[in-house]
Write a protein that binds this ligand. Structure first.
Ligand code: HEC
Length: 140
């Protein structure tokens, strides 16, 4: 049993490194981002702001990994400035273009089970729509 588990782990590790090797420029991002056509559409809500609409979503779903303490990938989502600044891979928000923003492509990337894969408990379509509207409206 132990040996079986070990070889299972070893083979999935090898499979993962094979994928990474095929894609040396972006080894961390294995699944391809969702095309814009598959993304939930931007919300029709007007006057979307970080403080009013976005911060509460990030606070609940993201800040435990993307806050001031040990932010994963250098990404902090606890303040507007930090969110606009980006992480170790650079900026995540293309102001005015949510479909091109890593912040959106990351959370709309579909995993092997057909569901959004980041984070493990993904945002729902309305929350993603609000984030898109916020970026499209100028990320204020
Ligand atoms: C359980 C921890 C965890 C949670 C919760 C989490 N993340 Fe992440 N996030 C990570 C880790 C680890 C990475 C780096 C590895 C990767 O890219 O998957 C990452 C990477 C990212 C990146 C990639 C940055 C780049 O430039 O490549 C973005 C964007 C991101 N997260 C956004 C979010 C958003 C938005 C939420 C909330 C909806 C969220 N994350 C919730 C752990 C988490």
């Amino acid at each position: 049993m132990k040996l079986y588990l070990f070889s299972l782990m070893a083979s999935s590790f090898l499979a993962a490194s094979a994928v990474a090797a095929e894609n040396p420029t972006n080894a961390a991002a294995s699944p391809a981002p969702a095309p814009a056509s598959k993304m939930p559409p931007a919300s029709a809500k007007q006057g979307v702001t970080f403080a009013k609409d976005i911060q509460p979503i990030f606070e609940t779903a993201c800040v435990r990994c993307h806050g001031a303490t040990n932010p994963r990938a250098g990404v902090r989502l606890d303040t507007l400035d930090a969110t606009l600044k980006g992480g170790t891979n650079g900026k995540m928000v293309v102001v005015g273009d949510s479909a091109k923003s890593v912040l959106v492509t990351k959370i709309t990337t579909v995993g092997p089970n057909g569901a959004f894969s980041h984070p493990r408990q993904p945002l729902d379509n309305d929350q993603i729509g609000l984030i898109r509207a916020w970026i499209d409206q100028g990320a204020k």
